[in-house]
Design a protein around this ligand. Sequence first.
Ligand code: NAP
Length: 331
Amino acid sequence: MASLAGELPLVCVTGAGGFIGSSLVKELLQRGYVVRGTARNPDDRKNAHLHSLDGAKQRLSLYHADVLDYESLRIAFSLCDGVFHVASPISDNDPELMAVAIEGTKNVINAAADMGVQRVVFTSSYGAVHMNPNRSPDQVVDESCWSDLEFCLKTKNFYCYAKTVAEKTAMEEASKRGIQLLVIVPSLTLGEMLQPTLHLGIELFIASYMKGTKKTYPNTVSGYVDVQDVARAHVLVYETPAAHGRYLCIGEVVHRSEFIQMMRELFPQYPITTRCKDDNAPRAKPYKFSTQRLQALGMKFTPLKESLHKTVVCLQAQGHIPKLLHNKSAL
Ligand SMILES: NC(=O)c1ccc[n+]([C@@H]2O[C@H](COP(=O)([O-])OP(=O)(O)OC[C@H]3O[C@@H](n4cnc5c(N)ncnc54)[C@H](OP(=O)(O)O)[C@@H]3O)[C@@H](O)[C@H]2O)c1
């Protein structure tokens, strides 16, 4: 893909050293982009893996930027053709982080507009979609669905609240400033971690079961997607001139018991619980969802089992869990 000036396209990824950010930087480098990644501390050892990616030596530079520091964003976005706004504080129990996610997003869109960037891809979350107790279980969850803000606050889901308001803020600011905004809405993301630090979601949803520290699993359903698919989706919408608006990025929706069963089949030697927390309640039903918009652009999703396998092999290789044998025939 060439920029308007016919040179190699220059794009900026905020939060480049994180789980999704790193995978996106890798994807962009593989596709020939010149990439600027932002981090609050580019020299921190937790970002060193970025320098080992193929093409990084020639085409990756890291910039300091905090989403609350407007000038740092303007510097990072200068001369960029596009911006991928991935950075966000990740925590479900710190209401102060809501302000950072929302204000930070406003800053990113405005700094991008100041610097003449035309296209911004924003990483939203399924948290901005699924938190709605009034939605009928028969409704197909698609891009028209939004989380209910009051319900998010009442249930103390501050992360879902922040991502919902941040996404709406991105849309409003982009429309005011004439920015073409594309939004990727990933569900719970699994897969290979390029970064050395253990990601909170992977810790909660996989590592804690593999280590046997979770003694029960909840009676709940969740959507899952592979991190490489999430990265590919970002680039796909960026590179498709006609793309616009939100794109749900979900591979599969399963009950936690099925997720646990997959783990147990693939890795029978780990002490993974078989106990549901509320065995007596009716079993939560998987909901229907549509990723038609993304699939129409050519997107194909990695099977959940494959993604789960990659995640665990990565956890083993990085020493986050003990290295016990796995059952390759279960794949
Ligand atoms: N993982 C999932 O399951 C999932 C699912 C749906 C959506 N998402 C979304 O995907 C994006 C990336 O999440 P992730 O899972 O990759 O999490 P992550 O690994 O924790 O990455 C978060 C990134 O945000 C950056 N960040 C946090 N506060 C910042 C600030 N004030 N200024 C600048 N950068 C800041 C961090 O950079 P530093 O190095 O500077 O700390 C880090 O690189 C987020 O927008 C998240 O909401 C994630």
